[in-house]
Ligand binder design. Structure first.
Ligand code: S3P
Length: 434
């Protein structure tokens, strides 16, 4: 049995970095992700005047101590806020700035500049925010103009595609601007923002156990406008744990992953691993920061079975599809991934990247607009993989390379540090002979 822990959850860490500075009291949050993306959120908040002090923990995580009471009084709409590769930073921060009435120019690297922003500019403009794209319509960089407080409009909004980033941008604008917002989405997306706001004392109305369509409401009503400081440890990142569970399946090893975030909006991939034949025992721990925490013990099957995914399950496993796709190539049949067109607008077009790379290795794949069909086999595979600097593509093929019959060179393995620094060391142990 191999026992591991993974870095802190990236989504929760971003939200901690963005929300703790707004609290009325100090926050101490341990176990934040040490990935590049979260570092970006911390730096951006400090450049806006927050006082977030980071300390490295012995096991690689980060503790932050954050003074509350950040008062972004002196908006400077020319201040460039570089969101690097991080879509979560850019989209959530846009909502926060609009809510606070603070200006700034949001920008990012080439990958982030290519990602769609209309999904947030449209509802934020409907609330009264002024966001102007500076180079291309609906893309970064864009300027958020400062605004006198108390001028936002309430919003009732039906989001067309389930997205936690869109939902969170609108919610943060509502909370920071103290105007009511209500959102519905066609399927449930991760609800870390709602849980953290609730833990800080904000009246957010949502149902954490809801399945199917999602709804969330914030009504400032009798709220006194105070966000209480936070003190908790961020659980391990389920999406990072997924890669290690995948490594255990490829290498037929038993694996115990301790203290992982088990938010139901993130764990649908566990069901898929079970459909592939894995046995997964789940042991619950006390919740941290309003988030469920579990230890998972995986026992692999002798042979991986193919699977089908689509519909409402997709938002709850969207980040795990690169991993599931490479695992599909080592099953005993044909797997289908449908309704996942959102993958085309992630750090790279992940459907195309998966199809091209799997074919380059000799896997039979067919690409559709909304997904892939992948023929599994145990035949030898070999070739060169282009990650397009996308951490999840690089890590997925890193997992596949552990198979003794697979010989892969991945072009930019360093990009794993966006979410999982130390990933390459973490998977090495799986390839070692018993
Ligand atoms: C995230 C939401 C998801 C996910 C991303 C992180 C978040 O994106 O893919 O990696 O932290 O809110 P969408 O909201 O675009 O689905």
């Amino acid at each position: 049995m191999i026992t591991v822990r993974v870095p802190g959850d990236k989504s929760i860490s971003h939200r901690a970095a963005l929300l703790a500075p707004l609290a009325v009291s100090e926050s101490v949050i341990r176990g934040l992700s040490n990935g590049d993306d979260v570092q970006t959120s911390l730096s951006v908040m400090n450049s806006l005047g927050a006082n977030i002090v980071s300390e490295n923990e012995a096991d690689g995580g980060i503790t932050i101590r954050v003074d509350g009471g950040l008062n972004l009084q002196s908006p400077d709409s020319d201040l460039v806020l570089d969101c690097g590769n991080s879509g979560t930073t850019a989209r959530l921060l846009a909502g926060l700035l609009v809510g606070l009435g603070v200006g700034g120019v949001l920008d990012g690297d080439d990958s982030l500049r290519g990602r769609p922003m209309r999904r947030i500019t449209y509802p934020l403009q409907a609330m009264g925010g002024r966001l102007d794209c500076l180079i291309e319509p609906e893309r970064l960089p864009f300027r958020v103009s400062p605004r006198a407080s108390g001028m936002l409009r309430t919003l009732r909004y039906r989001v067309r595609t389930a997205s936690a980033q869109v939902k969170s941008a609108v919610l943060l604008a509502g909370v920071a601007g103290r105007v009511g917002v209500s959102l519905s989405e066609p399927a449930r997306s991760r609800d870390h923002t709602e849980r953290m706001l609730a833990a800080m004392g904000v009246p957010v109305d949502f149902d954490p156990m809801r399945t199917g369509a999602g709804e969330v409401r914030f009504d400032p009503g009798a709220w006194d406008g105070r966000l209480e400081g936070l003190e908790f440890t961020v659980p391990g990142d389920a999406s990072s744990a997924a890669f290690l569970l995948g490594a255990a399946l490829i290498c037929r090893r038993c694996l115990r992953v301790e203290n992982v975030g088990a938010n139901p909006g993130r764990t649908a991939f566990l069901e898929v691993l079970e459909e592939m034949g894995a046995t997964i025992a789940r042991e619950a721990h006390p919740a941290g920061g309003g988030e469920p925490v579990e230890t998972w013990v995986l026992t692999p099957p002798d042979q991986l079975e193919p699977f089908e995914i689509g519909g409402d399950r997709i938002p709850s496993l969207i980040d795990e599809i690169p991993l599931l796709a490479v695992l599909a190539s080592r099953t005993s049949g044909r797997s289908d991934i449908r309704d996942a067109a959102e993958l085309r607008v992630k750090e790279t077009d992940r459907i195309q990247a998966l199809a091209t790379n799997l074919s380059a290795l000799g896997v039979v794949v067919s690409e559709r607009e909304d997904g892939l069909s992948i023929e599994g086999s145990s035949k030898p595979l070999a070739g060169r993989v282009l990650s397009h600097s996308d951490h999840r593509i690089a890590m997925a093929f890193g997992v596949l390379s552990l198979d003794k019959e697979v010989k892969i060179a991945v072009d930019d393995p360093d990009c794993c540090s966006v979410s999982f620094p130390g990933f390459l060391d973490a998977i090495e142990v799986f390839g070692e002979d018993l």
